[in-house]
Design a protein around this ligand. Structure first.
Ligand code: C2O
Ligand code: CU
Ligand code: CU
Length: 456
């Protein structure tokens, strides 16, 4: 059962649809349309917020079906606040957030605040938000939490489809470290990377065959195809979010290093220079770029162009910061236990963890507040599985026995076939029930998710 055989699914699909699915998969739909490329990079709209008293932020997010522009196409998408991607929520460390949510779709959905410090009771992935229902989410942006997070739907079985249709948005929290002169000197841009297809004027539906992970035809940056951004400064700070359902981006910028300064959980200790950065679904990273010569440089995913950036005519880059955050590495010797988390095929028909498909009524793991646990993630399957845990950030200890080169807080970590990745999770606060899962939307929807209960 190592190979979750494609044949098996082709067989099933054919049985269900009398072969029609197979044909649809090999032929491109004739109505597939390409948005115009080369337009100016859209800046994300800011989410309207109020600050009714010091330290309190209120805002409202609505799930809405809306016609939005994707390049030159007026596309019918699922959106947050009628924008694709959704509006950017900007917060300051120390603030408390009260976020209203209303489902105006004609199907059920909910909201997940991925990467913020939120209690499982508030960010409840089991909540079934029927059409017309509302809910209020509460969370803090604690001191030290500066970084890049995001939001997306989480109704089991519908996540991939709703995200593919457009439901994604960014959250940025700023703190004192953002005041470092070396960071202040950089021009900031939030880049939400999505991947969809427009068949006619809307993303097409799903077939059972796409259980493997549906990759769309268009890689979009802030909802635009191969946009152009004319930078005004010689240093850039890019906040990158992989908001695609299933595509792993291998990012590079022609002629330039990417200087990594932050992962999912915020700043690392010092910049790390990379030629290429792998960003898996759900994952975020922040990088600095220094332009030393004028020109137009392409941001690439492998050999595919995502966007181009025009450097200033007479660039004069400023130095990178020497030091960022101080991150004490977790000590695995203090762990109370080690759990094994195996990604593989699971009966009867889907993706699973430790041999079982997701069951919202079953608690797979129970952890205690105050404990440090080691989770040993093993991929026994033939596809990559980006592991994600809600509400409790972790540090990676090692990969196939090789220690991680630097300390970082994360909430997503890719596990490639046959790899073992060991992570350390401190359960510092919050009791309640939440989930861990593969962040390929289709894998999660088809069962690769488990339930964690944290108790006192
Ligand atoms: Cu971004 Cu449970 O997910
Ligand atoms: Cu999450
Ligand atoms: Cu997966």
């Amino acid at each position: 059962m190592k190979l979750l055989s494609r044949q098996r699914f082709l067989g099933l699909g054919a049985a269900i649809a009398g072969g029609a699915f197979v044909a649809a998969r090999t032929l491109k739909p004739f109505s597939l349309i390409s948005p115009q490329s080369g337009l100016a990079l859209p800046k994300l709209p800011l989410m309207a917020v109020e600050r009714p008293e010091p330290g309190l932020v209120t805002a409202q997010i609505n799930a809405d079906e809306a016609v939005v522009s994707v390049g030159d196409i007026a596309a019918s998408m699922f959106t947050y606040n009628k924008s694709y991607p959704g509006p950017l929520l900007r917060l300051r460390e120390g603030e408390r957030v009260q976020l209203g949510f209303t489902n105006n779709l004609s199907e059920h959905t909910n909201l997940h605040l991925h990467g913020v410090h939120i209690a499982p009771d508030s960010d409840d992935p089991f909540w079934h938000g029927h059409p017309g229902w509302s809910k209020t989410y509460f969370f803090d942006a604690p001191i030290g939490s500066a970084g890049t997070a995001w939001y997306h739907p989480h109704p089991h079985g519908e996540v991939a489809r709703q995200m593919f249709k457009g439901m994604v948005g960014a959250i940025v929290t700023e703190g004192p470290l953002d005041e470092l002169p070396e960071l202040k000197a950089a021009e900031e841009q939030v880049l939400v990377l999505t991947n969809t297809t427009l068949s006619g004027i809307e993303p097409p539906g799903y077939t059972f065959l796409e259980i493997d992970g549906k990759k769309g035809d268009w890689r979009l940056v802030n909802g635009a195809l191969q946009p152009v951004w004319t930078a005004t400064k010689s240093n850039l700070r890019l906040r990158l979010i992989n908001a695609s359902t299933a595509r792993i981006f291998n990012l590079s910028l022609e002629g330039h290093d990417l200087h990594l300064i932050a992962t999912d959980g915020g700043f690392i200790e010092k910049p790390i220079s990379l030629k290429q950065l792998e960003l898996v679904p759900g994952e975020r990273a922040e990088v600095l770029v220094q332009f030393e010569r004028p020109g137009t440089f392409r941001l690439l995913d492998g050999s595919e162009m995502l966007m181009s950036i025009v450097a200033p005519a007479r660039p004069a880059p400023t130095p990178l910061p020497d030091n960022l955050a101080t991150l004490p590495a977790l000590n695995p010797a203090q762990a109370t236990l080690t759990r094994r988390v195996v990604f593989d095929f699971a009966p009867p028909y889907g993706y699973g963890i430790n041999g079982k498909m997701f069951d919202p009524g079953r608690v797979d793991f129970q952890a205690k507040v105050g404990n440090l646990e080691i989770w040993e993630l093993y991929n026994a399957h033939h596809q990559d599985h980006p592991f994600h845990l809600h509400s409790y950030p972790f540090q990676v200890l090692d990969r196939n026995g090789t220690a991680e080169p630097f300390t970082a807080w994360r909430d997503v970590i890719n596990v490639k076939p046959s790899e073992t990745v060991r992570i350390a999770i401190p359960f510092r606060d919050y009791t309640g029930r939440t989930v861990f899962h593969c962040h390929i939307g289709e894998h999660e929807d088809h069962g690769m998710m488990g339930v964690l209960e944290v108790v006192n």
